[in-house]
Design a protein around this ligand. Structure first.
Ligand SMILES: Nc1ncnc2c1ncn2[C@@H]1O[C@H](COP(=O)(O)OP(=O)(O)OP(=O)(O)O)[C@@H](O)[C@H]1O
Ligand SMILES: [Mg+2]
Length: 764
């Protein structure tokens, strides 16, 4: 910015210069007047003095003291000489007596000759001189005396013209000098004014007049540049004060910017309304929360977000609170522009002016939909977890009971003749026992206590393989569509369990589509990253294989969806559903570290999405099933000694009978400690340790470990009702372990023992 580039101060400059000039003129005029008066007085004095002098000289020379008369002979000459010499003398007259002129030179002064009057006046006043002013002329009267004897009267008129010319010259000279002085001083004054006042003021007002609100830093630098050039006076102070004001504006603006940034960046939606509740401002988070743009809601009432989920009384209470000047906190179930519901934790405060009036309201809302969903998910998972523990415990005891019932039933049947009249009744008991055992298995599956045989599965192949069975199961009215991606990643799962999942899901869909419909089974790879895993905080990010089963059935209400995984929850008629299908699916998927999503709406069908973690292992060792494949009769009788450790008395009794029937020598122990004692007292070979896993005092695995040290050649076979981490790793059998799932059917046990003792079992 150039100090002299602008003119805002020029009017002030003109003004100041005007004042200066008027003052100057006034000064000059005053000085001039004083000068004129002084000159005038000086002229007056000078005329009187020189007139007196001339008269005195003449008085002496025009009188002849000897004869005591006028010097008549020289009179004219003397007067002529004086007159010639002195240009200001207009005329000189000498009277012998009044009215009798003796000599005269020059132009007489007009008017009557009043020498008689003057003479008398002089005599009366006893004076001999008198000066009169007449028509601007000075008239000197003087008595001519010798020894007090009046011999004549002298009169001389002096015109001040010569003197006035001198006065004019002096005035002109003064004026010329004053003009020169005024010009120089006014130039100096103007320069001073320009440099010290006008230009600094112009520069200051120029910078003030161009407030650069967009870039205050740059503006402050410009002010500094100008201020540095300003004098250190009031003008400099103005600039400094102005700079401080701008600095303050800058600080306030920064504070404001911080607040605005916070408002714009916060994830909480902020809405301000006027006192009637009409929206004035919304922040970007509001647009995200509600789906409405700021322009769309401007001037609208926030009730556009109202869903029909909350009573009118709720809103009445809210309005009553805030309109009475109090803060309101609560939770809204709002409706977004697209119709979806959003749960918002809200705090609304009235803004009250100094005179106590409510001018605005400001609402700060936090979207808690996700938290609420996650909390619901977590609650459901926790509830299922505790139900699972309960079910697992019940199933364990049940297994032992069923082992006894089923075992004895099977033993009885073996001993019965085909024509035995009781055979049919016992058969019914056996079937019911088998059904109960399946139920227990389902409960175990739900409580993730089912022992699995994990292997690498390709879900696409598995689905293809079950398609036929599903077709049969669902009937002709339901159209099964398979959408299976190529190259689906392998997963590690139990084949039978996976089949169980497919069947349970398909049967549920069938039941939901009594008039037929479409069942779509999809399988594809899915990578859950941090971004797309927002809603699955229960499962880790990573690669999954997704099994998605969708139907066009009746769908489920949110309430049913909440309960559907709970064991024994069913909406089906008595006898039609046990309510264990989905809980089994849930347990299996969770046991495989997977997850289930449900999407369903009444009347619109259901989609269940099951996530199975991708398996990175190349291959798993082929596992041999310990399923009974042979009949008990066909098994050769064992000649071996078996140490049976079982805490349940009835089960123990059953197994002793069974093993004795098979020809084995059975050593019996009621728990781990007892087993160690029996072993120490028995000095022959013990071929096999057949032990329960979960027992009081000592675990089956511990018994086996201790005995194995003493009897390294002894084989071990575990039996258990559910998974135990002493022999399994998270429900999967550890390698090299022989295991029988309770309830153990006699045939199964006979086959397993035979296999182990004859070295057929690769795991033995
Ligand atoms: N695809 C589906 N469509 C509609 N409702 C379903 C669907 N799947 C499950 N449900 C609901 O969930 C409930 C529980 O299902 P679940 O499979 O656990 O038990 P169930 O089918 O009733 O009995 P079960 O499977 O033991 O014979 C069902 O009764 C039904 O109300
Ligand atoms: Mg079912």
């Amino acid at each position: 910015m150039n100090l002299s580039s602008k003119q805002p101060g020029s009017s002030l400059g003109k003004h100041l210069r005007g004042i200066y000039l008027v003052s100057l003129i006034f000064l000059v005029a005053t000085l001039l007047a004083i000068q004129v008066i002084r000159e005038y007085r000086a002229i007056n004095q000078s005329i009187l003095t020189s007139g007196q002098l001339i008269i005195n000289t003449l008085r002496a020379s025009v009188v002849d003291p000897v004869v005591k008369t006028l010097s008549y002979d020289r009179l004219d000459t003397i007067l002529g000489n004086v007159y010639k010499k002195n240009k200001s003398i207009q005329c000189i007259r000498v009277y012998e007596v009044p009215d009798h002129l003796a000599s005269a030179v020059g132009t007489p002064v007009s008017g009557k000759d009043n020498s008689q009057e003057i003479m008398e006046m002089l005599l009366q006043t006893d004076k001999d001189k008198l000066v009169q002013q007449k028509e601007g002329k000075y008239i000197f009267w003087s008595l001519l005396k010798i020894d007090n004897e009046i011999i004549g009267l002298f009169r001389m008129a002096i015109s001040p013209e010569q003197y006035k010319k001198r006065l004019y010259r002096s005035v002109l000279l003064f004026l010329g000098f004053a003009l020169l002085l005024a010009t120089i001083s006014s130039w100096l004054f103007t320069e001073y004014l320009k440099r010290r006042i006008i230009e600094p003021l112009s520069a200051t007002s120029e910078i003030m007049g161009h407030f650069q609100h967009t870039n205050l830093d740059q503006y402050l630098t410009a002010i500094d540049t100008i201020r540095d050039k300003l004098p250190n006076n009031e003008i400099g102070n103005i600039a400094t004060s102005y700079r401080n004001v701008v600095l303050m504006v800058q600080q306030r603006r920064r504070e404001l910017e911080r607040i605005v940034t916070a408002i714009e960046q916060t994830s909480e939606s902020i809405v301000t309304t006027d006192s009637k509740g009409n929206i004035q401002f919304v922040n970007p988070a509001f647009e995200v929360h509600s789906g409405y743009s700021a322009a769309e809601v401007q001037g609208q009432n926030p009730r556009i977000l109202k869903s029909d989920q909350q009573e009118d009384s709720f809103f009445r209470e809210l309005w009553a609170t805030i309109s009475s000047g109090k803060k309101w906190n609560g939770t809204f179930i709002n409706k977004k522009k697209d119709g979806t519901l959003i749960l918002e934790e809200s705090s609304i405060s009235p803004i009250i002016s100094q005179d106590g009036q409510i001018t605005n309201y400001v609402a700060v809302n936090r979207d808690i939909t996700k938290e609420a969903n996650l909390e619901q998910q977590l609650n459901q998972a926790q509830r299922l977890e505790s139900i699972g523990r309960l079910a697992g415990g019940v199933a364990h005891d049940f297994n032992n009971i069923l082992t006894v019932i089923n075992g004895h039933t099977q033993l009885a049947l073996l001993k019965m003749k085909p024509e035995d009249p009781l055979r049919e009744d016992v058969q019914v008991i056996q079937d019911a026992g088998a059904k109960a055992a399946r139920l227990v298995q389902q409960l175990l599956a739900f409580s993730r206590k089912q022992i699995t045989r994990q292997e690498i599965l390709h879900l696409g192949d598995e689905i293809q393989a079950t398609k036929k069975m599903l077709d049969r199961l669902l009937g002709e009215d339901i159209n099964i569509i398979l959408l299976l991606d190529n190259n689906i990643w392998p997963v590690m799962a139990d084949r039978a369990q996976f089949e169980q999942i497919l069947i349970n899901l398909a049967v549920n869909s069938r039941d939901a589509m009594p008039d037929g419909g479409k069942l779509t089974i999809e399988a594809f790879n899915l990578n859950l990253s941090k971004q797309n895993n927002m809603y699955h905080q229960q499962i880790a990010i990573g690669d999954y294989v997704m099994l998605r089963v969708s139907d066009t059935g009746e769908g489920m209400s949110p309430e049913i969806q909440k309960l559907m995984f709970e064991p024994f929850f069913t909406t089906k008629d008595v006898g039609k559903g046990t309510g264990l299908g989905m809980s089994t699916v849930y347990g299996i998927v969770k046991q495989n570290n997977g997850w289930i999503d449900v999407a369903s709406e009444p009347g619109k069908g259901t989609t269940l999405s099951l996530y199975f973690p991708r398996c990175f292992e190349k291959s798993a060792p082929p596992l041999q099933s310990s399923e009974a494949t042979q009949n008990l009769d066909q098994l050769d009788q064992g000649i071996a000694t078996i140490l049976l450790v079982e805490d349940d008395k009835e089960v123990r009794k059953l197994f002793i009978r069974l093993l004795s029937n098979l020809g084995y020598t059975v050593l019996e122990a009621i728990d781990g400690e007892d087993a160690l004692r029996v072993s120490s007292q028995f000095h022959d070979t013990i071929h096999l340790l057949l032990t329960d896993v979960v027992m009081p005092k000592m675990h089956g695995s511990e018994v086996a470990k201790i005995l194995k040290q003493k009897r390294p050649e002894m084989k071990v076979l575990f039996m258990s009702g559910y998974t135990e981490d002493t022999i399994t790793r998270h429900g999967v059998l550890k390698d090299g372990i022989n295991f029988l799932q309770k309830p153990v059917a006699p045939e199964t046990m006979a086959t397993a023992i035979h296999d182990i003792l004859s070295g057929n079992n690769p795991r033995a």
